[in-house]
Design a protein around this ligand. Sequence first.
Ligand SMILES: C[S@@+](CC[C@H](N)C(=O)[O-])C[C@H]1O[C@@H](n2cnc3c(N)ncnc32)[C@H](O)[C@@H]1O
Length: 321
Amino acid sequence: MKMKVVSLFCGCGGMDLGLLGGFDFLGRYYHKLPYEIVKAVDNDMYCTRIYNDNFDTKCDVADVRVLDTVSLPDFDLLIGGFPCQSFSISAQNPPRLGYKDERGKLFFEMVRILKEKQPKAFIAENVKGLLSANKGMAFPMIVKEFENAGYHIAYKLLSSYDYGVPQKRERVLIVGFRDKEQFENFEFPKSAKTKHILKEVLDLAADNEEKWYFSDKAVEGMMNVREKMNKGRIQDPELPCNTISSHLAKVSLNSTDPVLFVNGRYRRLTPKEAARIQSFPDTFKISSVSEARQYKAIGNAVPPVMMWYIANSVANALKCQ
Ligand SMILES: C[S@@+](CC[C@H](N)C(=O)[O-])C[C@H]1O[C@@H](n2cnc3c(N)ncnc32)[C@H](O)[C@@H]1O
């Protein structure tokens, strides 16, 4: 029996792809999982265009804050990587506002829908900074809110590298079950046996395309301030890639985003490489929006392969497979 799923803040669908399964990545088939998406919502018309190119259920371009629960179909599982900018340690300007910030409040939307619809379970994802936001005060409050909505809560900081993704990306996963027995059945997934590194997903053809290289001026600018800031983060292809983010779209070298060093020159990752670093299969279509929008959507996504492991563990606990 398939569990019906509502996906909030679905973005381009990294979480959703992992949840559904049925795709190949680096020589392994991630089998289909017993879920079907009955509703997906995001307010960004560009990432949702990517979503709609890849999923049968089309995404509503809408603000979750005005989502009327009465209009929602019945469902068993709520998923959402609630927007994380305000919880992120890297968001320094303005300084970390955590849940006091307007965007930080969006997790209350998940709580509202859980309270009103009482699905069997939920999966929420967020940045590592959530654990320490507001001097460590935000996270216990978030857990309490989920508990008050009627759920038994498990959470863990996971690294995508441990789950077959060629990237070190640490994310907090919060899983809740209404039923105590199902909660007690749940275990976070064990690490995958096979680990992957950056080299496996690089597109060597891009080495020959001038457009991916940073200009001499951009490199010079970076060199001048390199000591002060953690700039020009050259990746070792023999290791997993550092965390990629939506900032990859920027053409400057003034960030902490991963870059490649090819034949003595700095080159950016292509959108295709960024998607592979996030464990999207090459069959995932991203080209209907500009490259800048592709980087943004891909950089924001939950790695599908990591999500597959979590969704599989949740399905086991719900005994629906
Ligand atoms: C971290 S991304 C989610 C990525 C997605 N889970 C994935 O795996 O691809 C957060 C998303 O929340 C969306 N968002 C932000 N505020 C929103 C709002 N008020 N209503 C609906 N979506 C919103 C953003 O457009 C963004 O796509």
